[in-house]
Unconditional design. Structure first.
Length: 325
């Protein structure tokens, strides 16, 4: 692990009362938000407010309707990408759009991340949560990363020193700055065909056009053998689909306000015009309660909730449940 020297950094002027874009297209605002473009600007923002919140693509994020008081540091403008087609080495900033990066590497004939197509994220966000699915995970392609700590210090971390696991990296609270990927040179035509197949599969099985943060819950590992009236769900120690559990609990179409469980994929919560962040929060909580009551399984969220007053939304009651039309 290489440690780099600290430097003096220029602090940008934050934007007051700024919207926080998320894929749910709902939620509160930031009292202060700054859009950083370089590592120096990122370091200046982080050192000015070590408790700041980092915003990538807002893909797995829900901001409570009251917004947040901490400085929000948006990194999407940090999106430099360098591709070496001969070696397969790719170096990209944390704010690089994952979907665009996949297209770039596939067109260059580099394989290794095409299976992540359809996952909304910046590359930095994908690494922090080890984004993945049925077709692979980002950890498989990572060679090294550079992170900045909350004091502004930079360091390089090799792949072997990153604690990657299922939907985790162990990197927090450090902030990812750049990522080095090792991809495999191959046939661009075959890679484009594989990419097309992944997107076709997801288009049929997920509500790709809906306002949604993607999968809402992590797939849980069963603590004991599990079955219901429809048959076995899995043996102890097996990781099973959260969407399957939500579906088998009869929750497809369940709605609170403008938020509902997708009828296409039960692990996707979708919103419509007029929905609020609290609608989604209350719906997640109701899903967790019903799945636990039915199967004894505790669901863990993939969606991250930002709140001005932690726990306030979670502790508020709401019961206007219905099934969406």
């Amino acid at each position: 692990m290489a440690v780099m020297a600290k430097q003096q950094h220029r602090l940008l002027e934050p934007i007051a009362d700024a919207p926080i874009p998320t894929w749910f297209r709902i939620g509160g605002r930031a009292d202060r938000l700054v859009n950083v473009r370089t590592t120096d600007e990122l370091a200046a923002a982080v050192t000015s407010d070590p408790g700041c919140r980092l915003l990538g693509d807002g893909a797995n994020l829900l901001v409570d309707d009251d917004g947040v008081g901490e400085l929000v540091v948006a990194t999407k403008s940090m999106n430099r990408v360098e591709v070496d087609t001969a070696s397969g080495r790719v170096v990209a900033d944390a704010g690089a759009d994952l979907a665009k990066l996949i297209l770039t590497t596939v067109r260059a004939g580099l394989g290794g991340i095409e299976g992540l197509a359809g996952i909304p994220a910046t590359l930095g966000g994908a690494v922090i949560m080890n984004a993945g699915g049925a077709f692979g995970q980002i950890a498989d392609a990572v060679r090294a990363i550079t992170v900045i700590d909350r004091g502004g210090g930079l360091r390089r971390i090799e792949r072997s020193d990153i604690g990657f696991g299922y939907r985790r990296s162990g990197l927090a609270p450090a902030i990812v700055v750049t990522i080095e990927l090792q991809l495999t040179p191959g046939d661009a035509v075959a890679l484009r065909a594989a990419l097309k197949d992944v997107m076709a599969y997801k288009s049929k099985s997920q509500p790709m056009a809906a306002d949604s943060a993607g999968c809402c819950f992590k797939n849980p590992t069963l603590l004991s053998d599990l079955a219901d009236e429809k048959g076995d769900l899995g043996p102890a120690g097996k990781r099973v689909s959260a969407g399957m559990l939500i579906d088998r609990a009869g929750l497809k179409g369940l709605a609170i306000g403008g938020a509902s469980v997708s009828p296409i994929h039960a692990n996707f919560l979708v919103t419509k015009l007029g929905a609020t962040a609290r609608d989604v929060i209350y719906l997640m909580r109701e899903i967790e309660r019903r799945v636990h009551d039915r199967f004894g399984v505790v669901l863990e969220r993939e969606v991250v909730v930002w709140e001005r007053d932690p726990g306030r939304a979670e502790s508020t009651s709401r019961r206007d449940l219905h099934h969406a039309d």
